[in-house]
Write a protein that binds this ligand. Structure first.
Ligand code: SAM
Length: 189
């Protein structure tokens, strides 16, 4: 059983990271490893008063970790009702329900204008479609995308995240973080 779950997870990771992923492919739930989540939040330079939106929030880990570690408000959006319920349970267990909100919605239809940090672990087609909303965020807002960038947008910075040295899991490969500071994105200011 353990092996089965691992095999599915490896497959999902392959599909997610495959450059062959076609336009508008359904985006599966593949969690960002926690060491990557930590780094995404660090490179976002989260500060008091930030409002973080995770588009496709899965089990809520990014929003919950930001609330726990930095005390900031966060909103997670996910199409999958079961994952939204799970994220709410996880937030309650971690004692941050007062700071976070999880909504069952299509991320492309959501008003994200209050966000000062947006995190993405989504296919490129989704990131590209979200671009008009990202462009309208307040100057200084940060957009952090895990492994999939945005066409024609030169990141302010790119960072590679190596796995922990002693990590034997299937997640043990280098990840790429694309970081934009709104105002530095062409056309965003
Ligand atoms: C790769 S997972 C990322 C989960 C989490 N952000 C993380 O990094 O651990 C992508 C998530 O996006 C959700 N999703 C896919 N399409 C979506 C859409 N159009 N709007 C909102 N969520 C979506 C999936 O249900 C899945 O939970």
């Amino acid at each position: 059983m353990q092996l089965g779950i691992r095999a599915i997870s490896v497959w999902a990771m392959f599909v997610l990271t495959s450059t062959a992923a076609r336009a508008q492919d359904t985006i599966p739930f593949v969690p960002s490893p926690m060491h990557v989540v930590q780094r995404m939040l660090e490179v976002a330079e989260i500060k008091k008063g930030d409002i973080l939106y995770d588009m496709g929030s899965g089990d809520g880990r990014i929003v919950i970790e930001a609330a726990k570690k930095y005390g900031v408000r966060g909103v997670g959006i996910d199409l999958n009702l079961e994952l939204v319920a799970k994220a709410r349970d996880n937030a309650a267990r971690e004692g941050v329900s007062h700071l976070v909100e999880f909504r069952a919605q299509d991320g492309l239809t959501v008003d994200i204008s209050e966000a000062t940090v947006v995190t993405l672990y989504m296919f490129k087609w989704f990131n590209n479609a979200l671009r008009p909303k990202l462009q309208k965020l307040k100057p200084g807002s940060r957009v952090i995308a895990h492994d999939f960038d945005i066409d024609d947008w030169k990141p302010t910075r790119i960072e590679y995240v190596e796995p922990p040295k002693d990590d034997p899991s299937e997640y043990a490969e280098s990840r790429t973080l694309y970081i934009w500071k709104v105002g530095s994105i062409p056309g965003s200011s």
